[in-house]
Design a protein around this ligand. Sequence first.
Ligand SMILES: Cc1cc2nc3c(=O)[nH]c(=O)nc-3n(C[C@H](O)[C@H](O)[C@H](O)COP(=O)(O)OP(=O)(O)OC[C@H]3O[C@@H](n4cnc5c(N)ncnc54)[C@H](O)[C@@H]3O)c2cc1C
Length: 444
Amino acid sequence: MIRPEPGELQELVRELHRQGSPWLPAGLASRLDWGAPVAPCTVVSCGALSGIREHSPGDFTVTVGAGTPLEELQEALAPHRQWLAIDPPFATGSSAVPGLGSGQPTAPGQGHGSIGGLVARGLAGGYRERYLGVRDQLIGLRLLRADGVEAMAGGKVVKNVAGYDLMRLLCGSWGSLGLITEVTLRTLPLPPQRRGLLLSGPVAALMAWSSALLRSGITPERLDLWSPALAAAAGQEPAPLLVVGLASVSAANLEAQMAVLDESLGGSGESAEAGAGGVSMRSCGARELATLLTWGRQAQPVLPAPADAGAASITPNPDSEPAAWLLRLGVSPDRGADLLAHPLLAERPVNLAAGSGLALAWADAGLQPERVQELRLHCRELGGHLTVLRRPAGADPAGAAALPAWEDAPSRLMIEAIKARFDPKRQLAPGRLPGVARPDLAPA
Ligand SMILES: Cc1cc2nc3c(=O)[nH]c(=O)nc-3n(C[C@H](O)[C@H](O)[C@H](O)COP(=O)(O)OP(=O)(O)OC[C@H]3O[C@@H](n4cnc5c(N)ncnc54)[C@H](O)[C@@H]3O)c2cc1C
């Protein structure tokens, strides 16, 4: 991997273009191998493009070099009582939570990665329920095209006159269209009041409850439905668990939200006794919720449940191995219960965003690619899709070819046409093009 200084980057990209050499744009290289495999090539890290270039607290915007680590940006925003409303990526070791500072348990895993990598992957977690995804928080970016020409999309202010929406094209491009060098994002005020609600009960009842919540006018920060295995890995009862994050500007408003939710459960709330539909509920403070979420992100099937269930002081098992498979599943939001009922998921850690129908599932190396394909077909039947974010290390290349990271999107031809315009020599991220199952590898 090469990590050029900012002043050297453009000339390097021009030279690679002159030679027609294949290369992969990279950030901090924390998750380079995830997703579709890339053919051997030069990895060009933009790690040296680090630091905040401009922060306008009054305008709620921030411009950073693409190599800036996500946690560094969150730390810099916190004194201004602002944050980037984005979860840390999965399998993150550090557990710093905006607004809650340090003191959270740390667990083995990778760093948060860079802002450029975050935008290039375009993935989001549970906060999406209230704050939408990364692409919705993106205001502008700069990039180097495959030929080394610098380009700009969007701007630095929230209200922008748009031309072609180039920046959203780059969001989720996985390094296949260009090297992002600078990113401008929307920041948000840190919510002064936060609280969690943990509901336990049958999946169908929890789904019905979350639908009622979404109709109630309350906008939770997250509405994550955890499978029994994920709940157990996070030190909770091995039963379906709905993790609700609430936030508000005032304690009184938060109490009012709690009262509405308690009533919808037939007044059983704080007692943690089973109420309507066999659902029991207990509330928890912001710190306990943050700890639980850290564990949820780490979920590893081999991990034994911590002894001190539910306590905020649980410590991770340093010997645990990361799960071999990480699958991203998407179904129509009203089919979430059907997804969780699939036999392949019944015993595995799954985190389903109940509002959007997007889920993450972890699995051990024993899960065969054919079974993953079976799950993919099931997701398709439920109106969705399956993406292989990570597969077991050393997986058989033939198996990988038979089970592409993603399937062809309906817009495949358009994606290929865009790729041809951005990268006519097919140099970037050879073999990896989101929305195209088997991209053409031959040099154009
Ligand atoms: C809730 C949540 C969950 C996530 N889960 C996952 C997950 O399961 N797997 C996963 O891989 N990511 C996930 N992400 C995305 C994650 O943020 C990025 O993978 C991470 O930021 C990578 O950072 P990095 O700097 O180490 O990038 P790298 O590991 O260096 O690169 C990651 C990818 O981004 C591309 N890339 C990186 N920097 C640039 C750039 N400057 N210009 C163009 N392309 C670039 C690379 O080509 C590569 O495809 C998640 C994000 C969130 C918010």
